[in-house]
Design a protein around this ligand. Sequence first.
Ligand SMILES: Cc1cc2nc3c(=O)[nH]c(=O)nc-3n(C[C@H](O)[C@H](O)[C@H](O)COP(=O)(O)OP(=O)(O)OC[C@H]3O[C@@H](n4cnc5c(N)ncnc54)[C@H](O)[C@@H]3O)c2cc1C
Ligand code: SF4
Length: 447
Amino acid sequence: MGNPKAFLSIHRLEAGYRPLNDRLNDFGEVEQTLNIKERELQASRCMDCGVPFCHWACPLGNKPPEWNDAIYKGDYELAYKLLNATNNFPEFTGRICPAPCEPSCVLKLSCNEPITIREDEAAIAEMAFQEGYVKPHIPENRNGMKVAVIGSGPAGMAVADQLNQMGYEITLFDKAEAVGGLLRFGIPNFKLNKKVIDRRVDVLIEEGIKLKMNTPVSLKKLPKGFDAYCLCTGAEIPRDLPIEGRKLKGVHFALEMLSQQNRILAGQTFKASEKISAKDKHVLVIGGGDTGSDCIGTSNRHGCKSVTQVEIMPKPPKGLNPRTPWPQWPIVLKTTSSHKEGCERKWCITTNKFIGENGKVVAAELEEIEWLPAEKGKRPEMRKTGKKETIPCDLVLLAMGFLKNPEITYPENVFVAGDAIHGASLVVRAIADGRKVANEINEYLKK
Ligand SMILES: Cc1cc2nc3c(=O)[nH]c(=O)nc-3n(C[C@H](O)[C@H](O)[C@H](O)COP(=O)(O)OP(=O)(O)OC[C@H]3O[C@@H](n4cnc5c(N)ncnc54)[C@H](O)[C@@H]3O)c2cc1C
Ligand code: SF4
């Protein structure tokens, strides 16, 4: 344990974000970092609880008390060893995990100042790369068996990493041109710089994982010559809004713009007719979640005139929600760095139709709704109130989540992991699932 009394005298300190006028001019990461001394002080606040709820809440079973103690003692090599034992890629989760561990931290309950677990994790990962503690571990013995991992998002990367270390020969396939899945072609660079993925991929390659990018794999006809397969193909079907005007120019799925923007930043070029830009436009984002928030950040960086985000559900309470008490994940109002960059947010809103001129969207008709309490055993019912408004918009981004893939029974040597099986979720869950399924594949192949 760090300093046994630190939590009494040291307050939680977040590194915060780059100033607005600076960060809106580029796609660089918005989050800042604390200096080493401040980071040690933050880590010292951890109480090494008898029942560490942080550990309970983490899908990976990360062990913050152990690595916080190591940070406090300045032993970042040990901190990385402890962190890496449960998390293959802390440099990703340290940046973009919503950190379910933090609202479950005992210090959230006692003083509303949980340990800065996610930032501590990011600090360990960065120090580890900087100081050379992240070294390729080339497996000494190969067992002669081959596994194909289809899909190179965080789930596929975790499956590949785990099985490679167990001695299997791994080929990681992806239809995209580079490794990372939504880490690379979904999550904006201002949340995750893609060099962070590249440097991890370099380690995986040195460790012996073979990559086959630009290779769409038919799930009905898997490549021959492998003892087992793991499908980590994500949840790729976005929820649509089939209302009047959906086919107008200017109405897009969120990922069409987000993935294109990440590709542009990677140096790709697009014809003017293909480009989805928010410059000088009134943007309407439909969907109040994280993907919607990423659309707001991207639109503001493009130089939009305005951006409005509408959500069909009611506005969640601020701060505390008695329906989701500690140590549960709190369903409360979330205001992201992108929201703070400027937008209007509306709740309990449905979109009736898109209005066009000359084939292009120019406005949307919105209507307020109310939610009627659920009858026993039923879901709450939505009712339109008749309060309508038409707002100008020349770019509409649909960010209403992704559909779950249909359940398919595959042959016994074919496994599925990540969003492909559980539906759209989080990077931390994809990594955790990848680790679990890698163990299942190992058990199957050892038989
Ligand atoms: C815009 C956006 C922002 C997000 N932000 C966050 C965030 O801040 N924090 C967080 O924790 N989570 C976030 N998420 C969710 C997170 O990115 C996903 O839950 C996670 O990436 C799922 O990992 P996965 O490996 O299962 O699938 P994916 O990352 O979707 O990877 C699937 C891969 O499979 C490939 N593939 C699919 N079919 C085939 C085929 N037939 N042949 C070959 N390759 C194929 C795809 O090209 C892709 O590379 C976000 C999601 C989106 C869309
Ligand atoms: S719950 Fe909070 S204070 Fe307790 S061990 Fe975990 S991080 Fe430390």
